[in-house]
Design a protein around this ligand. Structure first.
Ligand code: DGT
Ligand code: CA
Ligand code: CA
Length: 571
C-alpha cells in the first residue's frame, strides 16, 4: 500500500508551499493527504482500476493533486516537489515540523542562523541564539526546545491509525501464501495503543524461508535491518519498523501471548505461573520439562486459572487480579456502536456534503448520526453564523428524509476564553446535540482553562465535551487542565466526555477513560470525520475505550436512539 508514501509527498509539498507564503493551497494538500492516508484501499489499486478519474473521486483530491499522485505512482517522484525543494533554503521544511515554528519563523531561522535541520536548530536554541532574532524571544526559544522534544518522540513512535492497517495488510498478504497457516499482528498494535514503536507480526508456517523471502521483499520495505532463519526486521518507507517471526504450532499461542505484551503484563503473568508451579515462556507453559500448553493463548490463561484477558487490557493495571476473580469488564465492541456523533461537512471544514456523510454512515450500518459543523468563531474552519446555521438545520432535515437515517442536528460549538459558548442559549436550544470544545488559547494557565471548561460543561444545553485534553499526538501537548475537576463537573451535568477517534487525537487515552468512568461520566466515541474516509477511525476510538475498561453501558453512542435522545435532553 503506497498511501502513506503518497500522503508524505503531499504533506511535503504543502510545507514548502507554506514556506513560500502561498495561501490556502497548503491546506488543500494537507486535506488530500489526510484522506489518502485514511483511504482503506491501496491508492495504487484505485489508480489501476480507474485512472486519474478515480483519483479525483477521492474526497479532497482535485485535478492538480490527482496529477501529482499519478506522476508519483508512475515514476516514483513528483517534479513539482523537487522544484519547490530546490527553491527553498535547505532543511527549512524540517524546521516547519517543530511545534511553535510556522512558515515565517522557519524562513527566518533558516536564513539568519543558516540552520539546516533539527540538530542545528536544537544547538542554536540551546546556545541562546534563537531568542536574539527579531520576532523571537526567550519564550519562543523555550517553546521551540519543547517542540523539538515532541518531534523526537514522534520520530520513534507512530500513530496506531498508520500502523494498524499496515499490520493487518501484511498479515493478510502472508496468509495468502500457501505455506502459511496463520499470520497475526501482535505487540502494541494488538493492544491498540495509540502510538506504536514497531509492528510485530507472528506467522504459523512450515516454510520459514518462504516467509522471510516474501516479507523482506515487500514493496513498502525501505531496507532490511536483519534477516534470520525464523525472524526478520525491516524498516518501512514511512520510517516504521516491522518484525516478523515464524513459529511452530505448539508454541504459537505462547508466542502470541508473549509478543503481544505488554512487558509489564508478561512479568506479572510469569510471576503467577511460578506461583502455580509452572514456567511460562514464549515457547509455552511448562511443568518441569513437560509442555502443558502453548497452542492457543486461551489455554495458557485457562491453565493459570484466569479468565481470558483481552489484549487491550494487558498493561498490568489490575487485569490479572480481576481475571482471577472472573471480574473482567465485558468490554465495548465495535459492533455495539450504533452511530457517530461528531461529523463535519462542507458546511464548515469538511470535504463531503451532508448527504455523502449520511450515506456513508448508513452504509456502515449506523442507526443514527449527528452532523456537527463548526460554530461562528472558528473562522479558519469556515464556522457558521446563526443565519447559516438555520439553513444547515434545514438541509439536515432534507437529507434525513432522503437518505433514511436519523440525523441529529448538532454543532461543534467553541468554548470561548471566558467559558461562554459561541452561540446563545436561544440558538443552542434548537439543536438536538451540542458538542463543546476548546479551539483557541490552548496555552492558558491550568486554573483558567479548568474554570473555562467547567463553565461550558455547566451550560444546560451542552451534551458532549469534545477532545477533552486537546493533545495532538506528536504535534501538540494537551492543555493544562484539572481533568478530575472537569470529570466531576461533566458527571454531575450529564455531559459525556469524548474519545476523539481521529488518528492523531485519540484523547481521552485509555487511562483517562477509566478515570472518567470511575468518576461517574459517560463516554462518547466519535470520529470527528471531515471526510467519508475518516469514518473508519471508529475502531481506533473503540480501542481506547477498551483500554479504559469501558463497557457498552458507559458509551452513549451504543444506546438505542430513544435512550440517547433522553440522555441528550438531560431528563
Ligand atoms: P512498542 O513496539 O514500543 O509500541 O511496544 P510493544 O509492546 O509492541 O513492544 P516490542 O515491540 O518491543 O515487543 C513486543 C512484545 O514482546 C512486548 O509487548 C512484550 C514482549 N517483550 C519484548 N521484550 C521483552 C522483555 O524484555 N521482557 C518481556 N517480558 N517481554 C518482552
Ligand atoms: Ca511493537
Ligand atoms: Ca518488535
Amino acid at each position: 500500500m503506497k498511501n502513506a508514501e503518497v500522503a508524505k509527498i503531499l504533506l511535503e509539498i504543502a510545507d514548502l508551499l507554506e514556506v513560500k507564503g502561498v495561501a490556502w493551497k497548503p491546506e488543500a494538500y494537507r486535506r488530500a493527504a489526510r484522506t489518502v492516508e485514511g483511504l482503506g484501499e491501496a491508492i495504487e489499486d484505485v489508480y489501476t482500476k480507474g485512472g486519474v478519474k478515480a483519483l479525483k473521486g477521492i474526497s479532497g483530491v482535485g485535478e492538480s493533486i490527482a496529477a501529482k499522485i499519478e506522476e508519483y505512482l508512475k515514476t516514483g517522484r513528483v517534479r513539482e516537489l523537487a522544484r519547490l525543494e530546490k527553491k527553498a533554503p535547505k532543511g527549512v521544511d524540517e524546521l516547519l515540523h517543530v511545534p511553535g515554528v510556522g512558515p515565517k519563523k522557519a524562513l527566518v531561522l533558516a536564513k539568519k542562523l543558516n540552520i539546516a535541520g533539527l540538530k542545528g536548530l536544537e544547538a542554536a536554541a540551546k546556545a541562546g541564539k534563537v531568542r536574539l532574532l527579531a520576532g523571537f524571544g526567550k519564550k519562543s526559544e523555550e517553546d521551540i526546545l519543547r517542540g523539538l522534544e515532541i518531534v523526537k518522540k514522534g520520530k520513534s513512535r507512530k500513530l496506531l491509525g498508520l500502523a494498524l492497517p499496515l499490520a493487518r495488510e501484511f498479515a493478510a498478504r502472508l496468509e495468502r501464501l500457501r505455506s502459511v497457516e496463520k499470520a497475526v499482528p501482535a505487540g502494541s498494535v494488538r493492544r491498540m495503543k495509540e502510538t506504536v514503536g514497531d509492528i510485530d507480526v507472528l506467522v504459523l508456517s512450515r516454510d520459514a524461508k518462504k516467509v522471510m523471502d516474501f516479507f523482506t521483499a515487500m514493496p513498502e520495505v525501505q531496507h532490511v535491518l536483519a534477516r534470520g532463519g525464523t525472524r526478520s526486521s525491516v524498516v518501512l518507507k514511512d520510517g516504521l519498523q516491522a518484525d516478523v517471526r515464524v513459529l511452530e504450532p505448539n508454541s504459537f499461542g505462547a508466542a502470541l501471548q508473549y509478543f503481544t505484551g505488554s512487558k509489564e503484563h508478561n512479568v506479572a503473568l510469569r510471576r503467577r505461573a511460578i506461583m502455580k508451579g509452572f514456567k511460562l515462556s514464549e515457547y509455552g507453559l511448562f511443568k518441569g520439562k513437560k509442555w502443558v500448553a502453548g497452542r492457543a493463548e486461551e489455554d495458557i490463561y485457562r491453565k493459570l486459572n484466569l479468565s481470558y484477558i483481552p489484549p487491550e487490557l494487558r498493561e498490568n493495571q489490575g487485569e490479572i487480579e480481576a481475571a482471577v476473580k472472573g471480574k473482567l469488564p465485558k468490554l465495548v465492541e465495535r459492533g455495539d456502536i450504533r452511530g457517530d456523533l461528531h461529523m463535519h461537512s462542507v458546511w464548515s471544514d469538511g470535504v463531503a456534503s451532508i448527504e455523502e456523510m449520511a450515506r456513508a454512515a448508513k452504509q456502515r450500518g449506523y442507526e443514527y448520526i449527528a452532523m456537527t459543523d463548526h460554530s461562528k468563531s472558528e473562522r479558519i474552519a469556515n464556522g457558521m453564523d446563526e443565519k447559516r446555521l438555520l439553513r444547515y438545520l434545514e438541509e439536515i432535515e432534507r437529507v434525513e428524509r432522503k437518505v433514511g437515517i436519523r440525523i441529529l442536528k448538532g454543532s461543534e460549538v467553541d468554548i470561548l476564553p471566558d467559558g461562554s459558548l459561541d452561540y446563545a442559549d436561544s440558538v443552542l436550544e434548537k439543536l438536538d446535540i451540542v458538542l463543546a470544545g476548546v479551539h483557541s488559547r490552548f496555552k492558558s494557565a491550568e486554573k483558567e482553562m479548568t474554570t473555562r471548561i467547567c463553565a461550558a460543561v455547566e451550560n444546560r444545553y451542552v451534551n458532549v465535551l469534545v477532545h477533552p485534553t486537546g493533545r495532538i499526538i506528536n504535534q501538540r501537548e494537551g492543555y493544562a487542565v484539572d481533568l478530575d475537576a472537569v470529570m466531576a463537573a461533566a458527571g454531575k451535568n450529564k455531559v459525556a466526555l469524548e474519545i476523539d477517534a481521529y488518528p492523531s487525537r485519540l484523547d481521552l487515552t485509555g487511562e483517562n477513560v477509566r478515570r472518567a468512568i470511575e468518576s461517574g461520566c459517560l463516554i462518547a466515541i466519535d470520529t470527528d470525520s471531515h471526510a467519508v474516509e475518516h469514518l473508519r477511525s471508529m475502531e481506533l476510538g473503540v480501542g481506547q475505550a477498551r483500554r479504559g475498561w469501558a463497557e457498552a453501558k458507559s458509551v452513549i453512542n451504543t444506546f438505542p436512539l430513544r435512550k440517547l435522545e433522553k440522555f441528550l435532553r438531560k431528563k
